[in-house]
Design a protein around this ligand. Structure first.
Ligand code: CAO
Length: 571
């Protein structure tokens, strides 16, 4: 087993290009021509393939390194019989021109051919130039449409083989008359892309006059190029740049161009296989580059229902789109109604908070099997105590509302019934040793849930103070992320507003939520007579995957007992 150094081959004019992706690690078995790293200049990216098959022994570069032709990338323990390369030093042959280089080179020739017949105002055919060994490649993107004004060298379409993608630039400036290709078409040298009415007075680009001869080897595709096999080649993706003796397609900073998702050919292929719309994926790589992880994460969020693709949203109900849930197969489409037929309407965008909370609520409502138990707590004595407390504390500026007592009562119930202070993680239950309680706050922009941390370690007065500070911040839109995360259980109190009972939606990944409505004095039978008692309506929603109905009834009963006689909290 020989150790072989794999170096960067001739990458044309690419100098000091940055490594933005490491595609292998020590211990990996790589095939000859397998991509090892991706590099990126300000205009193009390319993957550098291995000149040898074998096992990666040592990586000599890291993310962010700047490399040039000849830079040592890694050491490989070459596999099996020596390939023709092994006997030779890993040199970067001049032949290692990438596909786009070949394409652009040939494009220049094509331009020359076309421009010879083009005059101002004439309709010219813009065809696929010589793209080397790329035969019957698929059109994966079309950047133009009839009526578009295009510049010479502006990218018209992207074609892709299994190993590389390349943009095909226009040989002429002018107005697109007829578009002759669409996504999915197979094209080859000579295929008609579009007819273009040449721009009046448009001088031929200098490059037209001088067809740039590509070195014979440059027309080779990565997979067939002997140069590629021997020395490894760079394959550029979607970009402009220059390589020796050839001009790459100019990357027009047109709107279309800048809107293109930033991803390597292999990632584009991966996304296409999964049906992922790359332009909807947020790239987490350098300069927003879309990585394989990004595509996978996108698929996961769409499958989980937390997000919709634009295509799904277009088909889904308006509310569903806003809340980001996935459409349900088999259901009727959401009714599309022109409300103006029935009377005047005003359209208003949902607030940012409504969009975010709506998407979360929708997911939670769809994914959690909710059950809600209703009960009443007799808070006659507690309310008397609360009123007295507020009188005593009038000067302190801290007002105690029923919600502070409810938080404290819930803490006690969570300690007694730990499965309510839990989260479901696959087939495991995560039981929390801390008690952070969230409370729903109504704000002008929508619902927010600030969290009181370590509520088990705090008294009623401190909880009241923190609650009023957090509610104030929520209304002013000043809550930080740390003040809204980490909750174990939530309380949604509509007590200050009204109502009797409701069915709150669990705030995932929590497993239960308490809804509270307005207390009212009601006649309660004490065994001998009806007594006027102040009753507080409680609505406990719980996740039936984690909690059983009996536990929920016990939880509510215990809560009502504590609220009925707060001294029980000490037991
Ligand atoms: N029964 C009767 N009266 C109640 C009560 C109850 N259960 N809870 C509160 N009150 C009273 C308070 O004592 C206060 O009375 P005074 O003005 O006479 O002192 C009044 O109602 C207003 O209370 P409050 O709402 O200011 O205070 P709070 O601590 O009860 O609630 C907060 C604070 C932030 C939770 C609340 O303002 C809020 O935003 N509630 C809405 C929550 C919500 O939207 N939930 C729905 C979520 S699902 O969409």
């Amino acid at each position: 087993m020989a150790l072989v150094e794999v170096k960067v081959p001739d990458i044309g004019d690419f100098k000091d290009v940055e490594i933005i992706e490491l595609l292998v690690k020590p211990g990996d078995t790589v095939k000859a021509e397998q991509s090892l790293v991706t590099v990126e200049s300000d205009k193009a990216s390319m993957e550098i393939p291995s000149s040898h098959a074998g096992v990666v022994k040592e990586l000599k570069v890291k993310l962010g390194d700047k490399i040039n032709e000849g830079t040592l990338l890694l050491v490989i323990e070459a596999a099996g019989a020596a390939s023709p390369v092994r006997a030779e030093p890993v040199e970067a042959p001049r032949a290692a021109a990438s596909a786009p280089i070949a394409a652009s080179t040939s494009t220049s020739s094509a331009r020359t051919e076309s421009s010879a017949t083009a005059s101002s105002g004439a309709v010219v055919d813009v065809v696929i130039p010589d793209i080397g060994d790329f035969d019957e490649v698929a059109v994966i993107e079309v950047f133009i449409k009839p009526g578009d004004t295009i510049k010479a060298e502006q990218s018209l379409i992207t074609v892709e083989s299994d190993k590389a993608s390349m943009e095909i630039p226009s040989s002429h400036a002018g107005v697109v008359k007829d578009l002759k290709v669409k996504v999915g078409d197979k094209v080859k040298k000579g295929s008609l892309i579009a007819t273009v009415q040449a721009a009046a007075g448009a001088a031929a680009a200098p490059v037209r006059a001088e067809p740039v001869e590509a070195p014979a080897q440059a027309a080779s595709t990565p997979s067939t190029s002997s140069g590629r096999t021997e020395g490894g080649a760079a394959r550029a993706e979607g970009g402009a740049g220059r390589a020796e003796g050839v001009t790459l397609p100019a990357h027009e900073p047109s709107v279309l161009q800048t809107n293109l998702p930033h991803a390597s050919p292999s990632i584009r292929k991966f996304a296409r296989e999964l049906g992922v719309p790359l332009d909807e994926v947020k790239g987490s790589g350098p300069k927003g580059r879309i990585t394989q992880d990004d595509v996978q994460a996108f698929v996961k969020t769409v499958l989980s229902g937390a997000q919709q693709t634009k295509a799904q949203a277009a088909k889904a109900p308006a509310g569903g789109a806003a809340s980001g849930g996935a459409g349900f197969p088999g259901l009727l489409p959401w009714p599309q109604v022109d409300f103006t037929k029935f009377g005047p309407v005003e359209r208003r965008d949902l607030s940012r908070i409504k969009k975010i909370s709506g998407a979360n609520l929708h997911r939670n409502w769809v994914m959690i099997p909710h059950v809600t138990n209703h009960d009443d707590a007799d808070i006659t004595d507690l309310e008397a105590f609360r009123v007295q407390l507020n009188k005593e504390n009038e000067k302190s500026g801290v007002k105690v509302t029923m919600l502070a007592f409810l938080i404290k009562a819930c803490v006690a119930a969570l300690k007694k019934f730990p499965e309510f202070n839990a989260s479901l993680d696959g087939e495991q239950l995560v039981l929390k040793q801390y008690v952070h309680i969230g409370f729903a706050a109504d704000t002008p922009n929508g619902l927010m849930v600030p969290v009181i941390r370590d509520a088990d370690k705090k008294g009623i007065l401190q909880i009241s103070k923190e609650m009023s500070e957090l509610a104030g911040k929520a209304r002013e839109g000043k809550l930080g992320p740390a003040e809204m995360t980490g909750g174990c259980f939530s309380i949604s109190s509509l007590g200050g507003i009204g109502g009797t009972y409701f069915t709150p939606i669990i705030n995932a990944p929590e497993v239960a939520i308490l809804g509270v409505c307005k207390s009212a004095t009601r006649p309660v039978w004490d065994g001998k007579a009806f007594q006027p008692r102040l009753m507080l309506p409680l609505s406990l929603s719980w996740d039936h995957r984690v909690i059983d109905g009996a536990s929920a009834a016990r939880f509510n009963t215990y809560l009502a007992q504590i609220l009925g006689d707060f001294r029980r909290i000490l037991l």
